[in-house]
Design a protein around this ligand. Structure first.
Ligand code: NAI
Ligand code: MG
Length: 515
């Protein structure tokens, strides 16, 4: 999700770059409670859950666990804050814009703290969090701050002697359920447009990564948003998440996560109050590399697309189709590049590849540094499938189904949840690694002969989120990108996402558009 490009762009903004930003020492996590009405609440059932640092396996802290009753409280607060005659509803549109700018200012002030928290909670490298997640979050707020007073209706010359016009009103209470791969950025993608239009929000961060959302709760209050406009309910999917999706007093739900849960959310919305639904789900995104492309650049871009955020991105470049004459060279260069990736402590500036996210599980707090316990429970089938385990299982399937393992293919020994950047060549379309979303650092390279063949193969997926085309031929770039069944198609680049452009998928990658 390289909003505004990349870390390199961030570093290159000045001819003489300033010293690299540094992680902040966080002696104690301040915000671990449920945020309703601009106040901090303990869970009604008195439950807490731990959040784990996946680089070390050690618990960072416990967080108050919201369940249905807490969601009900949050919805009551959001409903009251947004009702006709409320401070929020009467506020000038331009003042809403100033509040969003103020929130962006506070994010700038807290940038290093938030990037540190994000890195600790997700395992993503600190500099990625600082230059990509924080940059995108701040820009999203500023972009929507500009929209607040530019949301117009229309006048229509209807027949006979009438004046007819439309007027845009807030939808009401917007529920949001977000994932753990870009916790802060997804938080802003959800709240910024909702607030710009005068809605109120009840948002559930992912159970693996609640910390940046809660820190933002404090600065939402500091920015001056009226109580109840944004309410944050940390908790689990089947409890707090399901309560949002099926709530009779929530008017819209926006979800980012797995296709499987997206289906549950749409069903729950249909069965409850027919609330509006926006879904941003999985991807199995094809890249097509033609023989006439700038090969070195295609290698770089596709591999950054595959391995960025340890492959934990709905936009992950996971099917790379390379034209026959340059296939061998492409594989060779990709492997060479993958072997130079620096795996390590996410807080170290040199690190470009951190661990996979870890599952938050209550018992882990008891055995916090004992990662093996997770496997025992997995074997007993007592917890959801862990991302780490899912990835290694898919890698194994690739080996068994006969793909050529070029590098990686295993966990980093003696360390938490790290997986070596992995490349398979000679991947066939029927293999599981070519069809299923892996959500890990696995690049699958395939060979193709003709343009028509590769278009059909690229489109033969239930997903349709993003795609990329690499070629120097402008005619081919235009015609092949037009043929892609994908919400976003990049030409000679990857993961270029911007607050000013819409984002979303065809087919089972989702409904509606973000941003
Ligand atoms: P998930 O879809 O279960 O979790 C995403 C969010 O949905 C979390 O906040 C979770 O608490 C919530 N949730 C889970 N079950 C729910 C339910 N029944 N009702 C309401 N909310 C619910 O994704 P998970 O289990 O973390 O990852 C599984 C796979 O999903 C990944 O391996 C990846 O393939 C895909 N995924 C895709 C993402 C994307 O960016 N599109 C993000 C996260 C996961
Ligand atoms: Mg799940």
């Amino acid at each position: 999700m390289a909003q505004n490009g990349t870390i390199e762009n961030g570093l290159a903004r000045n001819a003489c770059p300033p010293p690299l930003p540094q992680p902040v020492k966080i002696p104690e996590i301040k915000h671990t409670k449920i945020f309703i009405n601009n106040e901090w609440h303990t869970s009604i059932k008195g439950k807490k859950f731990p959040t784990i640092n996946p680089a070390t396996g050690v618990k960072i802290c416990d967080v108050e666990e919201a369940d249905k009753a807490d969601v009900d409280e949050a919805v009551r607060a959001a409903r009251a804050a947004g009702q006709r005659g409320s401070e929020w509803r009467l506020m000038d549109a331009s003042s809403r814009g100033r509040l969003l700018h103020r929130l962006a200012d506070l994010l700038e002030r807290e940038r290093a703290v938030l990037a540190t928290l994000e890195s600790m909670d997700t395992g993503k490298p600190f500099l990625h969090a600082f230059f990509v997640d924080l940059d995108g979050s701040i820009k999203t707020l500023r972009y929507y701050a500009g929209w607040t007073d530019k949301i117009h209706g229309k006048t229509m010359p209807v027949d006979e002697n009438f004046v007819c016009f439309t007027k845009h009103e807030p939808v009401g209470v917007c529920g949001a359920i977000i994932p753990w791969n870009f916790p802060l950025l997804m938080f802003m993608w959800k709240i910024a447009p909702a607030l710009a239009c005068g809605n109120t929000v009840v948002i559930k961060p992912a159970e693996q990564t609640p910390l940046t959302a809660l820190h933002v709760g404090a600065i939402i209050k500091e920015a001056g948003f009226p109580p109840g406009v944004v309410n944050i309910v940390p908790g689990f999917g089947p409890t707090a998440g399901a309560a949002i999706a099926s709530h009779m007093n929530i008017d819209k739900v926006a979800f980012t996560g797995s296709t499987e849960v997206g289906q549950l959310i749409k069903a729950a919305a249909a069965k409850s109050n027919l609330k509006r639904v926006t879904l941003e789900l999985g991807g199995k995104n094809p890249c097509i590399v033609f023989a006439d492309s700038d090969l070195q650049s295609a290698v770089e871009e596709t591999q950054k697309g595959a391995f960025f955020n340890q492959g934990q991105a709905c936009t992950a470049a996971s099917r790379i189709y390379v034209e026959e004459p340059v296939y061998d060279e492409f594989v060779r260069l990709s492997v060479e590049r993958a072997k130079n990736i620096v795996i390590g402590d996410p807080l170290e500036p040199r690190t470009s590849h951190g661990p996979q996210v870890s599952y938050s599980f209550e018992l882990l707090s008891v055995f916090s540094s004992c990662v093996q316990i997770v496997y025992v429970f997995l074997l007993l089938g007592q917890i959801d499938q862990h991302q780490f385990d899912k990835i290694l299982e898919l890698v194994d399937s690739g080996k068994k189904e006969g793909a050529m393992l070029e590098c990686g293919g295993c966990a980093v020994e003696d360390r938490g949840l790290f997986i070596h950047p992995t490349i398979f060549s000679d991947v066939k379309d029927h293999m599981r690694i070519a069809k299923e979303e892996i959500f890990g650092p696995v690049q699958c390279i395939m060979k193709f002969k003709t343009q028509e063949e590769v278009i059909n193969r690229a489109n033969s997926s239930h997903y349709g989120l993003t795609a990329a085309v690499f070629t120097r031929d402008i005619h081919r770039a235009m015609s092949v990108s037009a043929a892609m069944e994908a919400g976003t198609v990049w030409v000679n680049c990857y993961n270029a996402l911007h607050a000013q452009a819409p984002f979303g998928g065809y087919k089972m990658s989702g409904n509606g558009r973000e941003l």
